[in-house]
Design a protein around this ligand. Structure first.
Ligand code: GLY
Length: 415
């Protein structure tokens, strides 16, 4: 009897020990939120002019701001909204409003696809947390503006107005970038609040076209696909921000994972969920993903078989590959949502917890008063252009705070 008791005790200790090693330890978002508050409070205090939106740091460590003429302005107010959601303090709501309101005029912008990023991260969160009807109207007008860029022939929304491939051989008159998937949330939202299906139909068509043309057989993504607007024919597949036309730019893949997970949220179409899983699996099973879960800026940078016209003797390909914490933050937030659609499958939840823990470690999460008052370190914006390499980026902060918020909600549901 005594032996039997010790046998069971040994089994119990072994099993619980193994379980502890295998599963991801719980992670507390408290410390991360508290650091984020300190960073963003300082940023808000230093930038008294509401039209100077923080974006990154220059090579010299100076703050780089934009003035409602870029794609990133919605992220700082979005960060403030997430902090307000977490602490429920009115001062943070006022701060968030201070940075949201000046963006109102962008609702009529039709010159680029980024209106989804700009307005949904700012006004979208403002509406979600205040239910102010005026914000709803602004968002619906923003959705209308985005729809003007849709073309029936191509079946998708034009991203940039014009660009060229690196070698100048391809003139891109109807370029669609994978990032554009992120703008669809604004359209689905507009259909939900107005009851007008038109917006969701455009968003769904764009997602279908992207699903058809933007991925390789292994579910890695192309950054840019260019279409003939007269016939809808695909004319070019390649990259502008990645290492090579046949490589996988890490942030592009993260936009794709996030985008198709979100499209499934609204459409409940299984093929979008399946695609989101395949895209996530490409990321998580990739042999070039570092142990801490934070990717290099491109999954194929510097590898044999991945060459691009832009790397020349004068502009040699990078030898040391920087990480991209922004891509990790976007993927982390997406995986948390994806995990909620797959009962009894903890893979994506565990992977997201691991990324959150890494991003919240001193390697990536900056101490308040450092890092130009941005929350995360080590992101990469546009390496081929020599711009924003291994720096903080405001969108890394935004998706990190979104991931923390989603994680906190999931944790409280599990308890
Ligand atoms: N949407 C631009 C970027 O991801 O850099």
């Amino acid at each position: 009897m005594r032996n039997l008791f010790f046998f069971f005790l040994t089994v119990l200790i072994t099993v619980s020990g193994t379980a502890k090693c295998d599963s991801v330890l719980p992670f507390s978002s408290k410390n991360s939120f508290s650091k984020a508050e300190k960073h963003d409070n300082l940023q808000n205090e230093l930038l008294t002019v509401a039209e100077k939106y923080p974006r990154t740091l220059s090579k010299e460590g100076k703050l780089v701001t934009t003035q409602l003429d870029n794609w990133t302005e919605g992220f700082f107010p979005g960060c403030l909204w997430y902090i307000y959601e977490n602490n429920q303090q009115d001062t943070w709501k006022q701060m968030a409003l201070k940075w949201t309101i000046p963006m109102e005029k962008l609702q009529f912008m039709t010159s680029k696809h980024d209106i989804g990023f700009l307005m949904y991260c700012s006004y979208g969160n403002a509406y979600r947390l205040t239910k102010n009807e005026k914000y709803k109207e602004i968002l619906v007008q923003s959705a209308k503006s985005l729809c003007t860029r849709f073309n029936e022939k191509t079946g998708c929304i034009k991203s940039w107005n014009y660009n060229e491939s690196w070698d100048g051989k391809h003139k891109l008159y109807y370029p669609v970038i994978i990032d554009n998937m992120m703008n669809l949330e604004l359209l689905f939202y507009a259909s939900e609040v107005t009851g007008d299906k038109h917006y969701a139909e455009i968003a769904t068509k764009h997602a279908e076209t992207t699903a058809k043309n933007h991925f390789r057989l292994d579910y890695s993504s192309y950054h840019v696909v260019n279409y003939d607007p007269e016939t809808g024919k695909v004319l070019f597949k390649g990259t502008c921000q990645g290492f090579a036309d046949n490589s996988t730019w890490a942030r592009g893949q993260s936009w794709a994972i996030y985008g198709f997970t979100m499209v499934y949220r609204f459409t409940k179409r299984k093929e979008f969920l399946d695609l989101a899983e395949h895209l996530a699996d490409y990321w998580l099973n990739n042999k070039n993903l570092p142990e801490d879960g934070i990717p290099y800026w491109d999954f194929n940078a510097g590898q044999n078989g991945y060459l691009a016209a832009q790397w020349t003797e004068k502009n040699p390909a990078p030898i040391i590959q920087p990480r991209d914490a922004s891509a990790a933050a976007v993927t982390c937030s997406a995986l948390l949502e994806l995990s909620t659609y797959l009962n009894n499958d903890k893979r994506y939840y565990d992977a997201a917890s691991k990324i959150l823990k890494s991003l919240s470690s001193p390697t990536y999460l900056a101490e308040p008063g450092t890092n130009g008052n941005f929350i995360l370190k080590h992101s990469t914006g546009n390496l081929p252009q020599g711009s924003e390499i291994d720096v903080p980026l405001i969108y890394a902060d935004y998706y990190y705070l979104e991931a923390l918020t989603r994680y906190k909600k999931l944790q409280s549901k599990r308890q």
